[in-house]
Write a new protein. Sequence first.
Length: 565
Amino acid sequence: MPATLESFMHEARVAYFSMEMALRSEIPTYSGGLGVLAGDTMRSAADLALPMIGVTLASRAGYFRQEIVDGGQIEHPDVWEPERWTRRLPAKVALPLGEREVWIGAFLYVVEGHRGGTVPVILLDTDLPENHALDRDLTHYLYGGDEAYRLKQEMVLGIGGVRMLGALGLRIRKYHLNEGHAALLTLELLSRLEHSPEQAGSVAARYDVPAVRELCVFTTHTPVEAGHDQFPYELADRFLGSFIEPAELRRFAGQERLNMTRLALNLSEYVNGVAGRHAEVSRRLFPGYRVHAVTNGVHPWTWACDSMRSLFDRHLPHWCYEPELLVRADRIPDGELQQAHAEAKSALLARVRAQAGQALDPALAVLGFARRMTSYKRPDLLFTDIERLKAIARRYPLQIVLAGKAHPHDAGGKQLIEQLHAWARELRDAVPVVFLANYNVELARLLVSGVDVWLNLPLRPREASGTSGMKAALNGIPNLSVPDGWWIEGWEEGITGWAVGSAADADNAGDAASLYDQLEHKVLPLYYTDRGGWTAVMKGAIGRNAAYFNSHRMMRRYAVEAYLR
């Protein structure tokens, strides 16, 4: 980490606030897709030399390390040492949290791009000797604790983050809120841009709201009302009363509860969803707001496996800086693409043997499903009809690799993991099913490159975007997925992959039947009987999906449409 904070002070920056951020596999400050997207955002910003700075929490105890015992999930702290990977910064800021004042320190991590560009990331930390024992762990547990803990965490991120940037002497041109967790930063901006009584003329005009809105960009990721962070005003008034009058807070954040999404919507000039369909859903969910669509993307170099990197370097030079060059994937010789995938598949199967003690056959098709384990992701859809799955496997042998964590408080998600293990035992002699514990960035990279088909089966329209399928496409892995989120835009039947069901609202029975039909009549017959046709779909996934659904394109759009407005 050669760069120092001083080297980033020569120009105004876009401050990207995210509760979680996947900087590297050894730094477990992320739980899933939101954090991985934030990490890819920082990596593309470094590659493109965009003047940005990330702000997140140190999360010293991580999200959690998953252990599977008798099919059940057990959570353990995933502790890391910031001093090993970051540099402690000298600045500290104070934040009144209820009856106590909490001091916030910071660590610096520098994201390095491939062309020499760098982006600083500030990790906020309350584990300081100045703080009360009850406050020192506020930045330890990602999404941990009760409502009070979560609200205080979001105050540290939003309000504390803005104060820390000021204390460090950094100039900020825009604030990008990655989801509503960071919405409280708008309160700090309101207080800084508060009119004097003479200027205001009335209480309603107390704050320079247009100036705050001009500074803020908000990306929402959640297409259902229940998924947005909300807090009771009894709690909010207790902790936020010194920052804003209760009536004013209700004006911006909703009358019944403090809704972090509404706060961000009301105080951000540019708002976007993370796919075209998600933007439409968000407009219906929050009528009256203009919601743009910037479909997510993944960082090309990070998510291409080693053999694919070498392949692209030989045939499509500069692909990792200009991923749109991947549109020329049809130039890659079939044999070389097949060999690159065979190497990736071998690496995954070696991991399966080492971690699960199960030997899979490299000659047989491997289906992959890995994401947060929760009911709307429907990991159980593939096992709706066990007898039909067995019948398909008798004609076209298949193997299944699963991975994913359930939130510690998601009883339904944990039950799904137990049920998946029960099905694996039931299918033992017909279809090998492996569950790999402790899904993280390193394991994800093996999975999205080493399987033969990538599954995504969410309840429509609850998949805001999804990015795992984009990572698979980057490695030439076709998607077999429900047309929701990004896949509505990336799906070309039989060219980039295949659809499960239609784009209409979810139908469990219909979707299961469609999934089995696609496997039996299209996907597996092509895999086993037409190697050239299968390779053509792999090239379609790269040339039509990976060339577009990457974080370089995403960041160029943010720069032009949001940051430079």
